[in-house]
Design a protein around this ligand. Structure first.
Ligand code: IPD
Length: 286
């Protein structure tokens, strides 16, 4: 332990760095502070009357001036405070190292760009491939969701617990979608959830959706393909609120997307079946 072992160089691939509790606490305090600064910047842009500076990265894939401003704010803050930590963000990429920050400056950019409340800033800190800190801030609702591995999950200081829902017939599940996967697979997943009795929602921010699972407001979140920056913080929130979350290993350049399932423990198997889908309900319809 101790600071001597803490620093291994920016792009170190070694995944056996040890870090003191004090060093982790310092990063947690920093994350809580910087995510709120980022939220203030998001709100200044969101409330502007002269447009949001929207750029199309691809079909239905938007980025705004706020994404870039927040990306720069968080990146600069990390670099000046923890110069030896790695950084991976949605907007400017990065690399995976033993101690790395994984950041989505605005998750739910589609909502944000349309002036719809339903976006969040997501910041995770991963040590040796394990997410140790996760913070998600929804600045419109004024809700700050935080977790440290082993220390529980909290919303504005109140302890969070996932719901007790254990059957699809009582569950509300968010099923996220992007054009990175096929509409047919999404419709088949939806059909299985609906046939199982779920109430299905789609609010358009995975980070915020996962926070809602942790808070016990909805019972699960599923999506066929998401990136680390969208979900690492939210997955830790769900685990620390007593829920189940699929592992999301950080690998290579961090650009690899994976399926995501996070829910109450009682729903984990049923949602897995809905995602795997031995039989495609749409076959019966055609
Ligand atoms: C998107 C949101 C959305 C999810 C998409 C993501 P972005 O992230 O999390 O809810 O369904 O797959 O790409 O682009 O708004 O950061």
């Amino acid at each position: 332990h101790g600071l001597a072992h803490e620093i291994t160089g920016r792009h170190s691939k070694t995944m056996n760095v040890s870090m003191s509790d004090a060093a982790l606490s310092a990063r947690y305090d920093f994350a809580v502070s910087v995510v709120q600064q980022a939220g203030a910047v998001a709100m200044r842009h969101f409330r502007r009357s002269d447009g949001l500076g929207i750029i199309e990265k691809g079909p239905q894939d938007l980025v705004t001036a706020a994404d870039h401003a927040i990306d720069a704010l968080i990146r600069n803050a990390i670099q000046s405070r923890f110069p030896d930590d790695g950084i991976l963000t949605e907007e400017s990429g990065g690399d995976i190292s033993a101690q790395v920050w994984v950041v989505d400056p605005i998750d739910g950019t589609g909502n944000f760009a349309r002036g719809i409340a339903g976006f969040a800033i997501s910041i995770a800190f991963s040590l040796n491939g394990d997410t140790r800190i996760g913070v998600v801030f929804d600045p419109v609702a004024g809700e700050l969701f935080v977790a440290r591995r082993g220390h529980g999950a909290f919303c504005n200081g109140e302890r969070m617990r996932v719901s007790t829902t254990a059957t699809m017939g009582r569950a509300a599940v968010e099923a996220g979608y992007s054009r990175r996967t096929s509409s047919r697979d999404y419709l088949a997943l939806m059909a299985r959830l609906l046939d199982g009795g779920c109430e299905c929602v789609q609010f358009g921010s995975a980070a915020r959706g996962l926070a809602q699972v942790a808070a016990g407001r909805i019972d699960g979140y599923v999506e066929a393909h998401l990136f680390a920056w969208d979900v690492l913080a939210g997955l830790l929130l769900v685990e620390e609120a007593g829920g189940y979350a699929d592992p999301f290993p950080l690998e290579g350049d961090g650009q690899k997307g994976l399926p995501v399932r996070a829910c109450t423990r009682g729903l984990a198997r049923q949602l897995q079946e809905a995602m795997n889908g031995a039989s495609d309900p749409l076959d019966k319809m055609s």
